[in-house]
Structure formats: structure tokens, C-alpha cells
Write a protein that binds this ligand. Sequence first.
Ligand code: ADP
Ligand code: MG
Length: 322
Amino acid sequence: PELQNQIAAGEVVERPSSVLKELVENALDAGATRIRIQIRDGGQSCIRVSDNGSGIFEDQLELAVTRHATSKLQNLSDLQHINSFGFRGEALPSIASVSRFRIASARHDGDGGVLEVLHGRILRQDKTAMPKGTDVEINDLFSNVPARLKFLKKPGTETRKCAELVARIALANPHVDFELVNADRTVHRFLAAQDLTQRLAAIWPQEVVESLHGVDFKDGELSVHGLVGDPAMAQGRPDRILVYVNARPVQDKTILSAIREAYRGRILGKEYPQAVIFLEIPPDEVDVNVHPAKTEVRFQDDGAIFRIIRRAVLQTLERNVH
Ligand code: ADP
Ligand code: MG
């Protein structure tokens, strides 16, 4: 099983930011309203995520680091309508197989458990007193996989990827308080009271944020919301297009080309689209189990998705941008 975990780690955990993605999604799946993230050296020496979510029963901690032990799917048919970020049960075992790993968790204030793993082998399991929630700390990522280690970019670059990831997830979860600290310095703080526009203001230039107009569109069971910008206000800036499907950040060609299509004719020489688009779709009409990292999705009806996104963006542009 150790070998399998390490092979899976190659697909799930490419770099520190992919570890961070898995940990933050677990915190969100656990219903956390406050997520605190600390990293050091671009995440290579330390990634730590603490949340105030549901916690894990002490006697289930070992299961949580066991391959394909997910608490989020009961049977095969659940795979047809996934409403959690995780469902494959391979992130924690994969991460724990290539690092020094510690998970502490409590279902109730005061009584919890802690488990320490080194390169997939359990070192210690104990009781611990902590507030309700979960605290996962990863040290020396890839210390037993020199090939992976070599492939990491400079700490500054890895830190930037982590910061982008946290912002990207924070945009889709405006009711959750996020804090990212890099080597004791706060990089991001998104307060629970800040909406999408306020959160974007922390990462996008002010004149771009000010040029954004709301998208709000519904067609049957599909709905699209978000913000799209006036290209004239983003002269000379690269395009920024962030796409989410059921709150999951994704890279999707269909949605991207629909957005670009809606902007056609409005874009002059050095102007670019700026957009944040959230698509809500019944879970059984989209397959998120395409790749272990889950950044790609497959739609049952690509054409319908293309049309609704184009219409949604076009409607906002026609009303607001001339
Ligand atoms: P998955 O998310 O696909 O189920 P993971 O390997 O990411 O698999 O996590 C394994 C299990 O550990 C989860 O199913 C969940 O029960 C538990 N778990 C992990 N992180 C947390 C957390 N932050 N809060 C509560 N439970 C957690
Ligand atoms: Mg998970």
C-alpha cells in the first residue's frame, strides 16, 4: 500500500499548492467557518492548516490516512451526485506517504486525538486537548522523493502559487474567514463579512474591480452568477478569467470559450476580458472525477453549457458596457 500511496501522490500532490488545495477542501467539507493556513519556504518545509470544522473521531484518525477511506461517499451511486470537494479518499494517505505528517482533531472542545506519520509509517497516536476542529501539519514535503523535490520552483514562486490558490478558493466561499501566513507574515486575510467584490479587491487592480458588473442568470436548473469587467478599463492588462463549477475552481475550455465569444467585438487591440464566473449545475450533469486533482470537469451537455454561459455574460455586457 505504501507504494500505491506514493504513486497516487504523484498525481494528487504535484507541489505545495496542491497539498494546500486538498487540506483546505477538507476543511470546507467539514463545514469550517474559519481556516488558518501557515506556510514556510514555499510550503516545502511546512504547510499547516487549522480549521474549526466538524473534527474527526479519535478512533477514525488512522482511517483518515488510509487509502480510499473516505467518509464522504457511502456507495457507488453517490459518485453520481457529489456535493463535497473530496470523495476519493486518497489525499491524506498520499500526502502522508511523502512527508512528515501530523493530524490532530477533535469532535468536541477539549478532547481529541493526534496521529503522526513519517513517509507513510505511523509513528505515534495519542490523545490531545484542543478546540473542536482539525489541525494538519506537513513538514519536509517530498523528503523521500528527491525527483519531486528537484522539480519544485523557487520558494518565492511556490509561495505565490499557494497565495493564488487560497485567494481562488476564498472567492468561492465568502462566508468563510481565511488567513494565509507565510513565515509569520500575513499574506491574505479574507474576513467572513467580505463579499466577492471586496475579496477581489485584495488581488485585482482597483480600476479592474471597479469596472465589474454583476452576472445573474438562470435557465431551468442551471444558474450562472459572478462578475464581468469592462475591457476598456483593463487596457494593457492580461486577461483574468476565473471559472468555478459548483464552487469548485476549474479549468474548462467550454466555459472559457463561451466567455471569450461573449466578449467578441467588444475587445479592441490591448483590451482583455476580466471575469469571475460561477456555474451551478445539478451534480449528476457534471463529472468531476476526471482527474485526481479535480481541476477538470466533463459536462453531459457541452453545447448547453456553452450557450448559457455566453448568454449570461452577453446579457450583462449589453446592459452595462457600451
Ligand atoms: P476525501 O476528502 O476524498 O474523503 P482525504 O484523504 O482528503 O479524502 O480525507 C480522508 C478523510 O479524512 C475524509 O473523508 C474525512 O472524513 C477526514 N478528514 C480529512 N480532513 C478533515 C478535516 N479538516 N475535518 C474533518 N475531517 C477531515
Ligand atoms: Mg479530501
